[in-house]
Design a protein around this ligand. Structure first.
Ligand code: DX5
Ligand code: ZN
Length: 234
């Protein structure tokens, strides 16, 4: 069993005291700060961006992952790395022909059946050439269609909810995708969405080793116990 890494998504942090919330992550033993960047186009919500990454960069040594739920992510790769992101997570759904029913503005969730390997490879290479780690994210309805780029990636992130909001219900249907990917992929496999004490064991059993969560960690009175428990699953 691999070591489990815990990523705390600050989407559920108290933004009036963000510095204290980052400190809370550190004290609790979190491995990574997960920043959910949403543009209101790729997902039906708008959240936070570069200024927040810039604000937290000087106050923590923890790696910062930017989960880019945005259209045309390539437009912002350099900027997020320059702001201090260590990990850039880009969505497969930005690299392929979208399924019918999610091609237009306001139609969610975005899903694809395959990706343009060359285009994805180019952005992954760009992320890595700037010294950051590259992660490809799959929405629940998108199959494990990474074929040609798997070998270039530092990690794969499996969404276990349709992206856009915290506090949603975990979709167990994505577990088989983790099992499938784990057969060949040796890098980090992360799960994001609805991760809590009930769902995390299933995700780890399927092969995930990075557990991203927002409401479970920030909603707990005992964040240190949350991290301890999640890590005990490894
Ligand atoms: C969803 C985000 C998740 C979200 C997780 O679009 O990508 O990272 O913040 O929130 P919880 O853990 O509450 O499901
Ligand atoms: Zn996320």
């Amino acid at each position: 069993m691999p070591d489990i890494k815990v990523a705390a998504s600050i989407l559920c942090a108290d933004f009036t005291r963000l510095g204290d919330e980052i400190k809370k992550c550190e004290d609790a033993g979190v491995d990574m700060i997960h920043v959910d960047v949403m543009d209101g186009h790729f997902v039906p919500n708008i959240s936070i961006g570069q200024v927040i990454v810039e604000a937290i960069r000087p106050i923590t040594k923890l790696p910062i992952e930017t989960h880019l739920m945005i259209e045309n992510p390539w437009t912002y790769i350099d900027e997020f790395i320059d702001c201090g992101a260590d990990v850039i997570s880009i969505h497969a759904e930005c690299y392929g022909q979208r399924r019918e029913g999610c091609q237009n503005y306001g139609e969610f969730p975005k899903e694809v059946d395959s990706i343009n390997i060359q285009q994805a490879h180019q952005d992954i290479k760009r992320i890595k050439s700037k010294g950051a780690a590259a992660v490809m994210v799959l929405n629940p309805g998108t199959p494990a269609c990474l074929g040609g780029v798997e070998g270039d990636l530092d990690g794969i992130l499996i969404m276990s909810v349709n992206p856009g909001f915290a506090k949603q219900k975990f979709m167990p249907s994505v577990l088989s995708k983790i099992v499938e990917l784990r057969q060949s992929f040796k890098g980090d496999i992360a799960i994001d969405g609805g991760v809590n004490e009930h769902t995390a064991p299933e995700a780890v059993k399927a092969g995930a080793n990075v557990l991203a969560n927002a409401s479970y960690f920030f909603g707990s009175e005992k964040p240190r116990d949350v991290v301890k428990y999640l890590k005990s699953l490894g």
